[in-house]
Ligand binder design. Structure first.
Ligand code: ADP
Length: 658
């Protein structure tokens, strides 16, 4: 023996005693020696998994001359219900997890036995039973090396528990602030799992419940049961299984309930090794099933595109791997070494860390989603605000349009009313006068007939004149109706204005008491107009100029040009029109002096204005009271080579009709 820490497992031979009846005296008897079998060919620790038998281990030890004779033999596994150590020449030591701590010769979480080795070989025996997996690793240490190893082991152990505690406190603080139930379930899981490992490593028995071996026997199972309950609930909430994976949710809930029942069962069956062993087996199978269900749920969530389950999935994967390694070791398929012995512990540390990451990731993703939906809601609100704003604007515009249309309709109604009023007064004046004349002449004629001196000729002449006037008035009135029709079917054509004017003057052969002067400026003056309507407009203007100016004065007709338009002006030296009347004279039935001596219907200028507007032209009026008036109609000039008439030999010299 030269090394300071040595595994004795390669030397171990094993004998199974299912009856628990054999004693050391019996198994150490020479006739039993042959029944011991080498347990391993590759130096692994003795491990039979779950077994209800008692196992006897025998190994032969001797020291080399250069090594001390005082050694420590360690069985680094806490879940051995009973363990007896037999060294030659020393009293047997009976201890185990169900025995008081005082039964251990060395205060340690596992089982450590001091022993002296001689240079001559000697046989050592161990008998062991377990309600968990039955594994009996055997190590031999020099005292100083053992102390070193212990320090290293404990440092690692407390590093683990310190990390678990830090995670627990951190997540509890987070829960206090965020009130997220996932943090609470995660904290519950970390606490119970950590404590389960603590119990399983034998530290609980040493520190927390030294006088409760019965409780120590079930502590690991019960705590890990609770951890499974928390894990199942945590997974349900984290993966939102209730609303999405109904079957998975029911399975997880059921396994949580069964785990709780097992936990209660373990507490109730404290002291009954068989029941505890059975419940532990049940729990182990259920845990495997639960982890499998959680992995399936994770895979489903992952498949539906949830990126945030990746850490959660990894965490369970890590734990499953650790659990698998631990189980394979427990059932003897894997050797017991630092990695396999602490596989679950290492995996759980990784798992807890990954859970933390999963929670942070999930919260981050949720916050991102919330922000996204918040911005979407804001965008929608802005859109609807804009729409509201636009429809308000539309409404305002429509209201403004309607108001405008209404006010125009009102104005037009007022205008129509005013027209009717004016029309009524004109009728009473213009139509009644000739009728009164006729009626007066008739009564005079009757009286003259009674006296025998009827003046037929004179009376009939006066009556005829009155009737003619009446007829003229009717004609003027009817003309308005006819013109309405003509305005709808306007036929424009190019007109050489000089030529047309001369012709028009000749055709109408004006017999008037005024001097009509035609001033035709040089050059071509082509307009696009309806000749009939143009004649109508010009006739009205000329008639007015004669009607409202003294006999013998000059009435001139002249042609003018400005860009795009040609103007025909009719000017007189008459009474003129006051400034405030100059707009009104264009209204229908409007007359400046309806009671005056000049007859009329107030329709002429209104017709002129409408004709001009139908030609897209304008009418201008310049007038000074007592000096005369000048009406000018401007019509569009649209010359084209094809439509231009031959020539207009206009002269700048005025031409007179008298
Ligand atoms: P009417 O001549 O039948 O009364 P108009 O519409 O032609 O109707 O003219 C409207 C009013 O404008 C006339 O009643 C008259 O008072 C005034 N008016 C028109 N032309 C002249 C003019 N050349 N000089 C002065 N007043 C005019």
């Amino acid at each position: 023996m030269a090394a300071t820490n040595v595994s004795v497992s390669p030397l171990v031979e094993v004998l199974e005693d299912p009856t628990h009846a054999l004693s050391w005296e019996e198994v150490s008897a020479p006739e039993m020696a042959a029944r011991f079998q080498p347990q391993s060919t590759n130096g692994e620790d003795f491990n039979v998994g779950m077994s209800a038998s008692t196992y006897w281990l025998r190994f032969r030890l001797q020291r080399t001359t250069d090594t001390p004779n005082h050694w420590l033999l360690e069985v680094p596994y806490g879940n051995l219900t009973s363990l007896s150590f037999y060294a030659p020449g020393q009293p047997a030591v009976h201890t185990g997890s169900l025995f008081p701590l005082a039964s251990r010769p060395y205060f340690h979480r596992y089982f450590v036995f001091p022993l002296d080795l001689e240079e001559t070989p000697a046989d050592f025996y161990i008998s062991a039973t377990s309600s968990y997996a039955l594994t009996v690793p055997v190590r031999l240490h020099e005292a100083a090396a053992f102390a070193q190893k212990e320090h290293r082991d404990l440092a690692l152990q407390y590093l683990y528990y310190g990390s678990v505690l830090a995670l627990l406190l951190y997540n509890l603080f987070l829960f206090a602030g965020l009130r997220d139930v996932r943090l609470l379930l995660y904290s519950g899981y970390v606490a119970t799992f950590g404590m389960g490992i603590y119990a399983g490593n034998g530290l609980g028995r040493l520190v927390l419940w030294p006088d409760s071996p019965r409780f120590d026997e079930i502590a690991q199972g019960a705590l890990l049961c609770l951890a499974t309950v928390f894990a199942a609930e945590f997974a349900r909430v984290f993966l939102k299984t209730r609303s999405r994976f109904k079957v998975v949710d029911k399975l997880l809930l059921s396994s949580a309930v069964v785990c709780l029942l097992i936990c209660a069962g373990l507490i109730a069956s404290m002291g009954s090794t068989t029941a505890v062993s059975l419940l532990n087996r049940l729990f182990a199978s259920l845990t495997v099933l639960t982890v499998f269900i959680i992995l399936v749920a994770c895979a489903k969530a992952w498949a539906s595109g949830e990126r945030e389950v990746r850490f959660f999935l990894l965490a369970w994967f890590a734990l499953s791997l650790g659990g698998l390694v631990a189980a394979l070791r427990a059932f003897g398929y894997l050797p017991t070494n630092g990695l396999t012995a602490y596989a679950l512990q290492i995996a759980s540390a990784i798992e807890m860390l990954l859970f933390s990451l999963a929670l942070a990731d999930s919260m981050h993703t949720e916050r991102e989603r919330m922000q996204q939906s918040l911005s979407a809601a804001l965008a929608t609100q802005k859109k609807s605000n804009d729409m509201l704003h636009r429809s308000e604007e539309r409404l305002e515009r429509t209201v403004a349009q309607r108001t405008h249309a209404l006010s125009e309709a009102l104005t037009s109604q007022k205008e129509t009313l005013a027209q009717y009023v004016r029309f009524g007064s004109l009728i009473s004046h213009e139509f009644r006068n000739p009728l009164a004349i006729v009626s007066g002449q008739l009564s005079l004629l009757r009286k003259e007939a009674e006296l025998g001196t009827p003046r037929w000729e004179q009376r009939s002449r006066v009556m005829l004149a009155a009737l003619k006037r009446l007829d003229a008035l009717f004609e003027q009135w009817l003309r308005k109706g006819r013109l309405e029709g003509s305005l709808e079917t306007i036929h424009k054509e190019p007109i050489d204005l000089c030529q047309w004017l001369r012709q028009w003057m000749e055709d109408n052969a004006l017999a008037t008491d005024h001097q009509i002067r035609l001033e035709l400026a040089g050059g071509m003056h082509t307009i696009w107009a309806d000749p009939g309507l143009l004649a109508n407009a010009l006739g009205n203007l000329l008639e007015n100029a004669c009607k409202y100016s003294p006999i013998g004065t000059v009435v001139s007709i002249s042609i003018h040009r400005r860009p795009g338009q040609v103007g025909i002006a009719v000017a007189d030296e008459g009474a003129g029109i006051a400034d405030d009347q100059q707009q009104k004279v264009f209204e229908a039935f409007y007359r400046v002096a309806p009671e005056g001596p000049v007859n009329g219907m107030g329709l002429g200028l209104n017709l002129v204005k409408r004709i001009v507007e139908a030609h897209m032209g304008e009418i201008e009026l310049a007038s000074t009271l007592g000096q005369g008036s000048r009406f000018c109609i401007w019509l569009p000039h649209e010359p084209t080579a094809a439509q231009e008439p031959s020539t207009c030999t206009a002269t700048a010299k005025p031409e007179f009709w008298s």
